[in-house]
Design a binder for this molecule. Structure first.
Ligand SMILES: C[S@@+](CC[C@H](N)C(=O)[O-])C[C@H]1O[C@@H](n2cnc3c(N)ncnc32)[C@H](O)[C@@H]1O
Length: 248
């Protein structure tokens, strides 16, 4: 099958529930490959997002699409007075997250399994919803994006922040070309081979190459009720922290 056909197939798979099956297959090597493919920059980028979250002096934080719990655990370690909820629809990813929190004997973080389309939390529950490298999954050509953003807004307190750390589109055309080539050849090829989950890494590469620009992201968030969107590009715009507010 040609590369384009494979990518088109990955795009089809990205729609809705097939994403869940895709993530169920990757947890054993997920953390290792994140570190390898980003030269550990993923940890630095998550750390920056955590610092931004802590600037809000939150009482309750949700880590949406928590996966193996890296961001949730980091927040919980920063301050025992913050209550952290990691939320994800992949049971195998959450198993890894629970083990990680257990090893560190953290009692201010817990993990809940479920779909972002319908979250089991009261309205106005969280000071901050953070999301690290899962925003693309819930918004890239995903037919449920509107519902996910509506649920996120509902769960945030008025004035609460949605802190997104995600791959981005570098503005400089040359940097963008290099970044896209890296995703196409290295992330998709090497990640697919080493993980044994080719579909997942094709999808990652394809969705990152075609993901939103800053302007499109602002429009998406503000069309769904968020306000005051700020962008903080990192590594020449290869990734970015975006912060949007639930209006009072
Ligand atoms: C690329 S991983 C990111 C994991 C983690 N946040 C990190 O920083 O490494 C995306 C995660 O989002 C979860 N996810 C995707 N769509 C979801 C949905 N609709 N509801 C809940 N979780 C979802 C997947 O199961 C997966 O664990």
């Amino acid at each position: 099958m040609s590369t384009d056909k494979k990518l088109a197939k990955a795009e089809m798979k990205a729609r809705g529930r097939p994403l869940q099956k895709m993530f169920d297959r990757v947890p054993s090597r997920y953390d290792f490959l994140n570190r390898l493919l980003t030269f550990r920059l993923d940890e630095y980028w998550r750390g920056r997002a955590v610092r931004r979250i802590m600037d809000e002096k939150p009482g309750r934080v949700m880590d949406l699409g928590t996966g193996t719990g890296d961001m949730a655990v980091r927040i919980a370690r920063k301050s025992p007075s913050v209550q952290v909820t990691g939320y994800d629809f992949s049971a195998p990813m959450l198993e890894v997250a629970r083990r990680k929190a257990g090893r560190r004997q953290l009692d201010n973080v817990h993990f809940v399994e479920g779909d972002a389309a319908s979250m089991p939390f009261e309205d106005n529950s969280f000071d901050v919803v953070g999301i690290s490298f899962a925003f693309r999954n819930i918004t890239f050509k995903n037919p449920y994006t509107g519902q996910y953003l509506k649920e996120t807004l509902r769960c945030l307190k008025p004035g609460g922040k949605f802190v997104i750390v995600e791959t981005s589109q570098p503005r400089n055309p040359l940097v963008r070309k290099v970044f896209h080539a890296y995703f196409h050849y290295v992330v998709s090829g090497l990640g697919g081979r080493l993980s044994g989950a080719r579909g997942a890494y094709h999808y990652l590469a394809y969705s990152a190459r075609h993901f939103y620009t800053r302007e499109q992201l602002t429009r998406l968030l503000e069309d769904h009720g968020f306000a005051g969107t700020e962008h903080h590009p990192m590594l020449l715009g290869a990734s970015a922290i975006t912060v949007a507010t639930k209006p009072q």
